[in-house]
Design a protein around this ligand. Structure first.
Ligand SMILES: Cc1cc2nc3c(=O)[nH]c(=O)nc-3n(C[C@H](O)[C@H](O)[C@H](O)COP(=O)(O)O)c2cc1C
Length: 225
């Protein structure tokens, strides 16, 4: 990776979800720079329908403990966004293909009885990252605004990658939306859209070598001319 001089296309195609981090924190100026870059994301009528909390240090650890505790005692989940699924067949096939390939690459046993719980707990612990970022927006905003905040999240992750950071977007971090919002002082009038772990990636981890598959251009595009 070329750091500051990374070409935009190289940055886009080499970004991937990072799920193992070095413990050291990211300097606040760098996090600010990455978030400032994300602020340039496009949005419907320039509404900029995104707000964020960055949680670090002892507060992040306490939040992780709270979430892990909820999962351990099987507390009922409550996301601000409806639980997805059932998925159309083509999308479902991609979920299963990625899960199988990833399990094989990492030597995981997806069918272990407590596998899902382990995954949820690893998510709740921010995969060991020094920082969590929570993205939220007003509940009265239209579906278009979900698209906008998704673009914001991707721009943030690309900027992070360009700066040598790693990140992973996490729907799991919204499973306990009311509890997370109360902990972080986010008003109930906001919907929690996405959590994210961010930090310096541990590139020695086996997962760092795995790249998730994609459909080809020809599978998803028809050229009408
Ligand atoms: C909205 C959204 C929610 C996601 N939630 C999670 C999650 O909770 N935990 C996780 O480990 N990865 C999560 N991911 C990451 C996806 O699994 C990942 O983006 C996908 O497998 C493609 O891999 P890549 O990001 O490495 O290219 C999420 C991604 C998106 C866009």
């Amino acid at each position: 990776m070329k750091g500051e001089s990374m070409d935009a296309i190289e940055c886009i195609v080499t970004r991937k979800s990072i799920r193992k981090f070095l413990p050291g924190p990211v300097p606040k100026e760098i996090l600010r720079e990455v978030i400032a870059a994300a602020l340039r994301s496009p949005s419907y009528l320039n509404t900029q329908p995104w707000e964020a909390v960055v949680v670090s240090g002892a507060k992040k650890d306490a939040l992780a403990e709270m979430l892990a505790g909820l999962i351990e005692r099987d507390a009922p989940v409550s996301s601000d966004l409806p639980k997805p699924g059932p998925w159309p067949a083509v999308n479902d096939a991609r979920i299963k293909d990625n899960a199988a390939k990833r399990a094989q690459a990492l030597g995981q046993n997806n069918s272990a009885p407590d596998f899902r719980k382990q995954v949820r707990i690893a998510n709740s612990r921010f995969y060991g990252a020094p920082h969590g970022i929570f993205l939220y927006q007003d509940t009265t905003l239209p579906p278009w605004s979900l698209m906008d905040i998704g673009g914001f999240a991707q721009t943030l992750m690309l900027a992070a990658h360009a700066k040598g950071l790693g990140a992973v977007p996490q729907g799991y971090l919204t499973e306990y939306s009311p509890e997370v919002k109360a902990f972080l002082g986010i008003p109930e009038s906001k919907r929690l859209v996405l959590g994210m772990s961010i930090g310096y990636p541990d590139l020695s981890a086996p997962a760092a070598k795995y790249q998730s598959p994609r459909a080809s251009v020809d599978e998803i595009v028809r050229w009408v001319e």
